[in-house]
Design a protein around this ligand. Structure first.
Ligand SMILES: Nc1ncnc2c1ncn2[C@@H]1O[C@H](COP(=O)(O)OP(=O)(O)OP(=O)(O)O)[C@@H](O)[C@H]1O
Length: 286
């Protein structure tokens, strides 16, 4: 199976604290992976490193990240051609990140900028085929009828689906979504996760999505990676997560606030697999 993301010994220190601590991770092509963990556990920092938006600690043999075999960073330095690599990575931010004064269609066309000559992009000269591609992407997320509307007039959930349409038009091989549903109501969250799932299943794009809502990880992501204090604490099938493990990961109070107590104490995938397997998985990945 070919890998899309390979991370070797990634460390990132901020002041006295380690935001990422010896992270090793491989994500294969076509996977949909949930990234979970308490606030401050390092989820955003990890995604930003994979996208080459920030660099790890300096070190000769550490902090190497490759996406589809192309170097993103190593030893605390970005690869020379990281801008080219970024054109193959779609990043969906929690705070929507669209250009509010542009139309929905124009925002989707932004996804094509890395693939067309700079002069055409800067003058907004897109071909009919490119516009059709952008419209098709909007149709897939159920927003074709909003194409000519200003992006700022859409709801948060709709804006997030436009960002997903942009990643579709970009034909990004890897989609990194940083808490894309954190500020959305349950129905909007469901639609955003459905759109990400469509991209994963129908286009075989690799998706890594950080989530606070574990029930969405359970519903949409076959694999979960849990971070705790910047370290990978669990990496395995999502169905093996149990309420007991999640209470341990988040702490009892946060787990209750997140509604995790509604999950069964046995693994989500069925009885009998218990905390032992998770602990074994933790030990294997620690
Ligand atoms: N630019 C920065 N400067 C200093 N510290 C930072 C910076 N970015 C992140 N950190 C620290 O790194 C740690 C990990 O932060 P990060 O935002 O990655 O966590 P997170 O799991 O995404 O949290 P949340 O779920 O609240 O978004 C935290 O302790 C945070 O304070």
């Amino acid at each position: 199976m070919s890998s899309t993301v390979d991370i070797y010994d990634l460390n990132r220190t901020f002041g006295a604290g380690k935001a990422l601590d010896g992270v090793h991770l491989r994500v294969n092509r076509g996977e949909m992976v949930a990234l979970i963990g308490a606030s401050g556990s390092g989820k955003s920092t990890l995604l930003r490193h994979i996208a080459g938006l920030t660099v790890g600690d300096r070190g000769v043999d550490s902090g190497r990240i490759e996406v589809q075999g192309r170097l993103i960073q190593s030893g605390g330095r970005l690869a020379r051609d990281v801008r080219l690599s970024r054109t193959r990575i779609g990043f969906i931010f929690q705070q929507f990140n669209l250009v509010g004064r542009l139309t929905v269609l124009q925002n989707v066309l932004v996804g094509l900028l890395g693939r067309i000559p700079e002069w055409r992009g800067s003058t907004g000269r897109f071909t009919r085929k490119e516009r059709e591609l952008a419209l098709a992407a909007l149709r897939r997320v159920g927003l074709a009828d909003r194409a000519l509307q200003r992006a700022s007039t859409l709801s948060g959930g709709q804006q997030q689906r436009v960002a997903i349409a942009r990643a579709m038009a970009q034909q990004a091989e890897l989609i990194l979504a940083d808490e894309p549903i954190a500020s959305l109501d349950p129905e909007s969250s469901r639609r955003v996760m459905e759109s990400l799932s469509t991209l994963n299943r129908e286009d075989r794009r690799t998706v890594i999505v950080s989530l606070h809502q574990v029930d969405f990880a359970v519903r949409y992501c076959p694999r979960t990676v849990a971070l705790k204090d910047g370290r990978i604490h669990f990496d395995g099938p999502t169905r093996e997560l149990s309420a007991g493990y999640l209470r341990e990961l988040y702490g009892a109070r946060d787990a209750m606030e997140l509604g995790l107590d509604s999950l069964r104490d046995s693994p989500v995938g069925g009885p009998g697999a218990g905390g032992e397997r998770e602990r074994a998985a933790c030990a294997a990945t620690a």
